[in-house]
Write a protein that binds this ligand. Structure first.
Ligand code: NOJ
Ligand code: NOJ
Length: 509
């Protein structure tokens, strides 16, 4: 019996960072094989049962995130040509009209393409709105390195247009329904929301850096809305993150663990707002998720309840037999490495081939590889877990200190950023507030009315995200020494447009 990747990774996690030589040897032999496979953006060479000879935006972007991290950190300086090939290929794919639309009508949400860069026109779970966000995150990382190295022209002229298409798509469509990363459930999905939040957050910072200031506030506004919406997936009584708003399952899903590792920010501590790997919420979720696989796979039989087990996409999964997956099992270890968390017992043994090949799944009963052979994402997942084991991190994306906005909008439909300006003369200590008929305006509550800024006194201002295409009534109120004074009747009323921003100028009455 050989140590498998999973046994190795899990063993490491359980072993309190004990440096087992068997595991070190495994990492040494797996790493070069995995990197070789990861250079190919074909999802898997498997051509039947299942046919994976396609390129998925998600898989490609996650794999290249790894390669770009390795290149920009100086760990592998040979990768630049491959990375340039990737960004060029993605720029082409963005423009390919497909069943989800054209580049400007939703085509960026198309999940997969033929490997000759033509559209895949068969039936599929589309759109999948995580792809553009993941791609933007990967390319931004590379672009930041190029900027650090003085290559501003290439970044501004060649990479920024590609990044901006993806970020605009995310900003415009994040609150539309999407197929989840497993291509099955059409609703809202935690992984998708989280990677969209990350992309817009770091996209705003990146846009500022290259002087594209006009997009910054729009991206930031939608990032705030995404961060709000992200909180809604938390299931407080179950102690876990419900992966999808639809789907009719338990909601326990590696979706959430993959989110934790792919939105890990080494500068953000254990912040729960962004579900950092060591946050109470992400760890509670991890335990619930892992526990869901203890009794459903024979291969996990006999493993103690405090030891690591093989995990799959979600417990109800039946795809190709519904088995453990390499990339979900290594994600568990990676979250723990990221969290500097320690498990204290070795995991079980199972099977991966001596040549280091990593398929998509391994049998739930005897551990033999199953489904697509040489799944590129499986290799990338192994390498990111190895890197995490070595204590390597690849920079911050700006998650540190983020606070969930007090007032949230979106998540149920399109929003419009509405700026209210009101001319009002006040005495010292008196402030102007707004409240109105929608949740974003605090449902006519004077107590929780939103305070306006007097930066341009006597004009008082606030920008609020309101539901699009909606009749909204509101009034300004004054508060002075605890006393509330409402504007005279009737209520003010606007009808919000279908998107973008809107300015309303008023005079206090
Ligand atoms: C293929 C998808 O890639 C996979 O995620 C899904 O589980 C199966 N189709 C079954 O719907
Ligand atoms: C099926 C997985 O569910 C999906 O996430 C992935 O993109 C494709 N296979 C290709 O690997």
């Amino acid at each position: 019996m050989r140590f498998s990747l999973l046994a190795s990774l899990i063993g490491l996690a359980v072993g309190a960072f004990a440096q087992s030589s068997a595991v070190d040897a495994y990492v040494a032999s797996e790493s070069p094989i995995a990197k070789q496979g990861a250079g190919i953006v074909v999802a898997s060479p498997s051509t039947e049962n299942p046919d994976y000879l396609y390129t998925w935006t998600r898989d490609s972007s996650l794999v290249f995130k790894l390669l770009i991290d390795q290149f920009t950190s100086g760990e592998d300086t040979s990768l630049r040509g491959l990375i340039d090939d990737f960004t060029s290929a993605e720029a082409i794919l963005q423009q390919v009209s497909n069943p989800s639309g054209t580049v400007s009508t939703g085509g960026l949400g198309e999940p997969k393409f033929n490997i000759d860069e033509t559209a895949f026109t068969g039936a599929w779970g589309r759109p999948q709105r995580d792809g553009p966000a993941l791609r933007a995150t990967s390319i931004i990382r590379y672009a930041n390195w190029l900027l650090d190295n003085g290559n501003t022209t290439y970044v501004s002229n060649t990479l920024w247009p590609v990044i901006q298409l993806d970020l605009d798509y995310v900003a415009d469509n994040w609150n539309q329904s999407t197929f989840d990363l497993w291509e099955e459930v059409d609703s809202s999905s935690f992984f998708t929301t989280a990677v969209q939040h990350r992309a817009l957050r770091e996209g705003a910072t990146f846009a500022s850096r290259i002087g594209q200031s006009s997009v910054v506030s729009g991206y930031t506004t939608q990032a705030d809305n995404l961060l709000c919406f992200l909180q809604s997936y938390w299931n407080p009584s179950g102690g876990y993150i419900t992966a999808n708003t639809g789907g009719g399952r338990s909601g326990k899903d590696s979706n959430t663990v993959l989110t934790s590792i792919h939105t890990f920010d080494p500068a953000a501590g254990c912040d729960a707002a962004t579900f950092q790997p060591c946050s109470d919420k992400a760890l509670s979720n991890l335990k619930v998720y892992v526990d869901a696989f203890r009794s459903i796979y024979t291969i996990n039989n006999g493993i103690a309840s405090n030891a690591a087990v093989a995990t799959g996409r979600y417990p109800e999964d039946s795809y190709m037999g519904g088995n453990p997956w390499y990339l979900t099992t290594s994600a568990v270890a990676e979250q723990l490495y990221d969290a500097l968390y320690v498990w204290d017992q070795l995991g079980g043994l199972n099977y991966t081939p001596a040549d280091g090949g990593l398929a998509e799944q391994f049998s739930r009963s005897d551990g033999t590889p199953l489904s697509a052979v040489d799944l590129t994402w499986s290799y990338a997942a192994a390498l990111t877990a190895f890197a995490a084991r070595d204590g390597k991190t690849y920079g911050s994306w700006g998650a540190a200190g983020l606070k969930v906005p007090a007032s949230c909008s979106g998540g149920g439909g399109a929003t419009v950023a509405v700026t209210f300006n009101v001319q009002a003369t006040t005495v010292f200590g008196e402030n102007i507030y707004i409240t109105g008929s929608v949740a974003a305006l605090q449902n006519w509550s004077p107590d929780s009315a939103l305070i306006l800024s007097a930066a341009n006194y006597p004009t008082w201002s606030i920008t609020v995200n309101l539901p699009a295409n909606t009749v909204v009534q509101y009034k300004y109120i004054r508060k002075f020494n605890g006393q509330v004074t409402w504007e005279s009747d009737p209520n003010n009323q606007i009808t919000t447009p279908s998107g973008g921003s809107f300015t309303q100028n008023d005079v206090w009455r």
